[in-house]
Design a protein around this ligand. Structure first.
Ligand code: GLP
Length: 240
């Protein structure tokens, strides 16, 4: 595990953009998994700026997302897919032919999860999974105690996760009770992992990861076994 600390959010965002640029320079057809949340927004803005300047080209890359709320599809303004369209795929002008997003509104969630894993495999596997960190130590929607052997699957969201997501919804009770998520097994198969950590209340989860011991109560600690994990941490915001 490689851990890089930054004294400002902007410095972390820039390093993340540089990291993604280096992956694409090496392999323009790279397959990437992107996270939702506040954390990656600076990275997405920087990638869009670089693309506008012509210093990066994302047009041959392919994209998946990490997770989605059950019941929410691309047409729902409160879906993660909509969030990524607005903040990443739209500004980066990524066409639908290069996107495969989890369909939270699929009539059969299990079938959708299996089809999703099959699509990742058909794309040649993930070259890079970019990850954020939930306050309870989750990555994607792999909640405390979830089975790390699972690939993409349906999960029950904890109340703390639902509360943390309530800004996307008008009323806290409208936050879906379940989600669909790449499993820890799916994430660990990515050839490279980039974990971005910023925002308050994540100190304990991060300490657990840095301690290097797998703790089933915090799925982020499953990442310690990955051979190519880079952690970028914004020190100005992570203290709890
Ligand atoms: C949610 C998402 C995660 C994301 C996390 C952190 O739980 N399911 O994929 O990484 O929030 O969000 P933020 O970056 O807003 O702190």
């Amino acid at each position: 595990m490689k851990v890089l600390d930054f004294s400002t959010r902007a410095a972390m965002d820039e390093a993340a953009a540089e990291y993604v640029a280096s992956i694409l320079a090496e392999k323009p057809t790279a397959v990437l998994a992107l996270p939702t949340g506040e954390t990656p927004l600076g990275l997405y803005r920087r990638l869009a700026t670089r693309q506008a300047k012509g210093t990066i080209d994302l047009h041959a890359a392919r994209f998946f997302n990490l997770d989605e709320f059950e019941g929410k599809g691309l047409a729902d303004p409160d879906s993660y897919a909509s969030f990524l369209m607005a903040n990443a795929f739209g500004p980066l002008a990524i066409g639908p032919e290069r996107l495969r997003l989890l369909r939270g509104d699929a009539p059969d969630a299990e079938a959708e999860c299996q089809a999703y894993d099959a699509a990742i495999a058909a794309a040649g596997g993930l070259d890079l999974a970019i990850l954020g960190l939930g306050r309870n130590g989750h990555v994607a929607f792999n909640e405390p105690g979830d089975d790390w052997g699972l690939e993409t699957h349906r999960v029950r969201l904890t109340e703390s996760t639902r509360a943390a997501q309530s800004s996307l919804y008008r009323r806290a009770e409208d936050v879906p009770t379940h989600g669909l998520t790449m499993g820890v097994a799916t994430v660990l198969r990515a050839r490279k992992l980039l974990l971005l950590v910023c925002g308050r209340g994540k100190d304990e989860a991060l300490k657990a990861l840095l301690a290097g011991e797998a703790d089933p109560a915090r799925s982020v600690t499953a990442l310690v076994s990955h051979p190519d994990l880079t952690v970028l941490r914004d020190l100005s915001s992570v203290a709890s």
